[in-house]
Design a protein around this ligand. Structure first.
Ligand SMILES: Nc1ncnc2c1ncn2[C@@H]1O[C@H](COP(=O)(O)OP(=O)(O)OP(=O)(O)O)[C@@H](O)[C@H]1O
Ligand SMILES: [Mg+2]
Length: 281
């Protein structure tokens, strides 16, 4: 059985103006998984992410990292932030150095690595995210999508155990959206957990091992993409759509009066293969 890297027990969060956002959340993020958090605007996704690395403190309830309770002492918070890296929804919140290079360097520099290790980590992150062309520019001159890629490069360079990315592909063009998802696929392994939020159900369905639905501050479902996205009633209730691959497959199977197969196609490529096998030769 997988052990959770982060857990929340009965966490409530209320902003200073009394907006109650999270309503008694109990949640386990299993080590080594790729998890997509989906939910309506204002559901509390970004707030939940800010709680995960201690930027916000629960109004009530507890946060655990590697099964030990976070005390919110300076020492605990420092440790938590080294292990949980976050990419904010708005890159401007994150980028503040005089150059892109310095910004990407900021995380690894704070981890106490050697100069050589820092340089290696930064260059690797720049190469993966293709941000080298503007590495000497001030981040505030970049386009929105470029800023987002720099913020993602920053977290890659830090190499945290848990990567939390708030809508990583939201302002990226299709080429870079695909590229970033491929990187997130490649760098994930049994000791690297990746949690992202997205409004793109197709992306979540194809990429994630696990889906969490947050709706108006409450967890409505947590399970495999096929399990969660089959529940149309729940999706309607949470203002979500079924992923296209799953919907097409289910409808074609129904038309063929075929029994629902146990193995669902997860990608467009797999769907085409499945459909081709149903066609008469
Ligand atoms: N600093 C703040 N003070 C008061 N209320 C806030 C603050 N930040 C967020 N909120 C409120 O908290 C709720 C949850 O916001 P949050 O940004 O976590 O939602 P979200 O799920 O990330 O939404 P989106 O999909 O639009 O990014 C919203 O109702 C929002 O108005
Ligand atoms: Mg958000």
């Amino acid at each position: 059985m997988k052990t959770p890297i982060v857990s929340m027990k009965n966490v409530t969060y209320e902003y200073p103006d009394k907006t109650l956002v999270l309503k008694g959340l109990t949640l386990h993020i299993d080590r080594g998984k790729k998890i997509a958090l989906i939910g309506n605007n204002g559901a509390g996704k970004s707030t939940l992410f800010l709680l995960l690395n201690g930027i916000l403190k629960p109004s009530s309830g507890d946060l655990f990292f590697n099964e030990s309770k976070i005390s919110y002492s300076r020492k605990d918070l420092k440790k938590l932030r080294q292990k949980v890296g976050i990419v904010f929804q708005q890159p401007d919140t994150q980028l503040f150095s005089s150059s892109v290079y310095e910004d990407i360097k900021f995380g690894p520099k704070n981890l106490g690595l050697t100069q050589e290790e820092i340089q290696f980590a930064v260059n690797e992150a720049i190469m993966l995210t293709e941000t080298g062309d503007f590495k000497d520019k001030p981040p505030h001159f970049l386009s929105l999508g470029q800023k987002k890629r720099v913020a993602i490069a920053g977290i890659i360079a830090m190499n945290p155990e848990l990567m939390v990315l708030d809508e990583p592909t939201a302002s990226l063009d299709p080429y870079y959206a695909k590229k970033i998802m491929k990187i997130l696929e490649d760098i994930h392994h049994e000791n690297r957990t990746i949690l992202l939020s997205t409004h793109n159900v197709d992306l979540a369905y194809e990429w994630a091992d696990e889906i969490i639905i947050l709706h108006n501050g409450a967890i409505m479902a947590q399970g495999t993409p096929v399990e969660v996205f089959q529940n149309k009633e729940l999706l309607n209730q949470c203002h979500l759509e079924q992923p296209m691959t799953l919907e097409i497959y289910q409808q074609v199977l129904a038309k063929h009066h075929a029994s629902i197969a146990t193995e669902y196609p997860l990608s467009k490529k797999q769907l085409i293969e499945k459909l081709a096998s149903l066609l008469p030769i």
